[in-house]
Structures are given as structure tokens and as C-alpha cells.
Design a protein around this ligand. Structure first.
Ligand SMILES: [Zn+2]
Length: 293
């Protein structure tokens, strides 16, 4: 009897969440995956900011001073010779207002219209994660059905949107969920020539990073909200925002990995969705285009 009891306790410990595997990724494997699908590599990446939220910097980077900071709301466009893929889909003003929590924050209607147009014209739409500011543009669009058929969501993203959405506005019904292209993968998924999805749960269960290598050889890692500001990567500091729930262990492993790449890979640009200073800088340097095509 006693022995059996001990065994069952051991079994429990063994499968408990504390023993979950630490997140890892390998840039060489990712580069290899980027060459798996034949075809011409993408030519450039554009970014468009359509709204902003004001959060003091200490929320984005733990331990940073309590000074004003802008969180850009953005989408990215990966342009091939014969079409383009959107990374994230924007959001309508109602969802934007949710993030303001009672404060009306800047929303550029003309830029938002350009995002809508680009999303409709895309060959495919990927999302870094299942939060409203990244996915509402496909879920709440008047053209939601048309967009769903060319949007790729991961199983984890769909699961959150069905059962535990960030806000009621983006909740998916099972009928709506069935219209999307749903994928599941272990670590890396070659998406197309030069583009690889990297599973990175942490900020949300369905978070992923998107690696892109252009025909020119320039490399990009669109890290979504893994860090809200690149100081999080530079200093290996997580966020300090009480209104979000993250898997801190996974996130720290991701920030560590990104920090290593940041220091050694001078041709690889790690891009945080909401870092407004980085966006301005990379546009100025010609690393990102400043308009959607
Ligand atoms: Zn976000």
C-alpha cells in the first residue's frame, strides 16, 4: 500500500506543470525551414501604424522608468513578386477603444482603411497571436467570411478565440472557426518561400514569431508581442502589466534567445509589433517600408 502511494505521488510530480519543457529555438533550423518551399523569396516588408496607445514605459519593460511611451498599433506586409502576405490584420475603432479603458486614444481612420484594403487584397493572412489588436481585422470585418478562407490560424489561437477571447468582440463561434485554415505544428512551420512560423507560446497560448528572409538576404523576425518594446529584448526584461497573463518562464526563455540573436546577428532585424521608436528608426534606415502596397 505504502509503495503504491509513493509511486502515485511521483507520477503526479512528474507530470506537474513545473516540469514543463523550457522553450527553445534554433536559428539554423529556422533558416533551413525557410528554404524548404521552392519559389522566389519575398522582396520587402512594409509596416503601417494605424493607431496608438499611451502606456508609461514601466508597463512594457519591467523596471523601466514611469515615463510616457507610445505603443504603436501596427500591421506588416510581406511583399513577393506576385502578391503579398499580411502579418496581423489591424482592428476597428471599437476594439481600439477597449484598449484605452475609458481614455480615447489616437486612431487614424485613413490608415485603418488602408489596412482593411491591404487585408482584403492579401493572398494570405497570418497573425502573430490571438489578441484583438492583431486579429480583430479579420474576425470583425464586414468581409469576415471572405478573409477567413485565406487566414491561417493555429490550433491554439482558435482555441483561445473560442473559449477564452481577450474581449467578447473577438469571440469565435464554432461555425466561424470552421471557415479558417487551422494549422498545428510542433516548433517550426515553413509557410512559403523565405517564411517560417515559430511556435512561441508565452504572451498568449497561440503566440508565434514569424521569420522572413528576403531575396536580398536580409532577415527579419516579427516577434509580435513577445516584447512590447525592444528594451525588453536588449535588457532581457519582461513586461509589468497587471492586465495581461503570460507564461513568464516561456517568455524569459524567448527574451534570452532573442537577446543572443540581437547581439550576434547583424543582418537579422528583430521587430516588436508595438515599439514605435524602433518602427521610426527602421523606416528611416530603409529596413521597413512605410506604406502598404
Ligand atoms: Zn498587441
Amino acid at each position: 500500500m505504502k509503495k503504491a502511494f509513493h509511486l502515485s505521488v511521483l507520477t503526479l510530480l512528474f507530470v506537474s506543470p513545473q516540469t514543463e519543457q523550457v522553450w527553445t529555438a534554433n536559428i539554423d533550423q529556422i533558416r533551413h525551414a525557410a528554404r524548404m518551399i521552392p519559389g522566389k523569396a519575398p522582396l520587402r516588408i512594409n509596416v503601417l501604424k494605424f493607431a496608438e496607445s499611451r502606456r508609461t514605459k514601466n508597463f512594457s519593460v519591467k523596471g523601466a522608468p514611469n515615463e510616457p511611451s507610445v505603443q504603436a498599433r501596427t500591421v506588416f506586409q510581406v511583399v513577393y513578386g506576385d502578391g503579398y502576405v499580411m502579418v496581423d490584420s489591424g482592428m476597428d475603432q471599437q476594439v481600439h477603444n477597449f484598449f484605452g479603458r475609458g481614455v480615447v486614444e489616437p486612431y487614424d481612420a485613413e490608415s485603418a482603411r488602408q489596412v482593411e484594403r491591404a487585408v482584403r487584397g492579401a493572398r494570405a493572412i497570418l497573425v502573430t497571436h490571438e489578441h484583438g489588436d492583431h486579429v480583430a481585422g479579420v474576425i470583425r470585418s464586414p468581409f469576415a467570411n471572405e478573409l477567413a478562407s485565406k487566414t491561417i490560424l493555429t490550433r491554439d489561437q482558435v482555441q483561445t478565440l473560442l473559449t477564452n477571447p481577450q474581449m467578447p468582440e473577438i469571440k469565435l463561434t464554432p461555425e466561424a472557426a470552421a471557415r479558417y485554415n487551422v494549422v498545428d505544428y510542433e516548433k517550426y512551420l515553413p509557410f512559403g518561400p523565405g517564411v517560417v512560423l515559430i511556435k512561441a507560446p508565452g504572451h498568449t497560448p497561440g503566440s508565434q514569431m514569424i521569420y522572413v528572409v528576403l531575396a536580398s538576404g536580409k532577415e527579419y523576425l516579427l516577434i509580435g508581442d513577445t516584447a512590447w518594446h525592444m528594451d525588453g529584448v536588449r535588457n532581457i526584461k519582461g513586461k509589468d502589466a497587471p492586465w495581461i497573463q503570460e507564461n513568464e518562464n516561456a517568455l524569459m526563455a524567448q527574451l534570452n534567445w532573442l537577446n543572443g540573436l540581437y547581439k550576434t546577428e547583424k543582418n537579422l532585424f528583430i521587430i516588436a509589433s508595438h515599439d514605435d521608436e524602433q518602427r521610426t528608426d527602421l523606416i528611416k534606415r530603409g529596413i521597413l517600408g512605410n506604406k502598404l502596397e
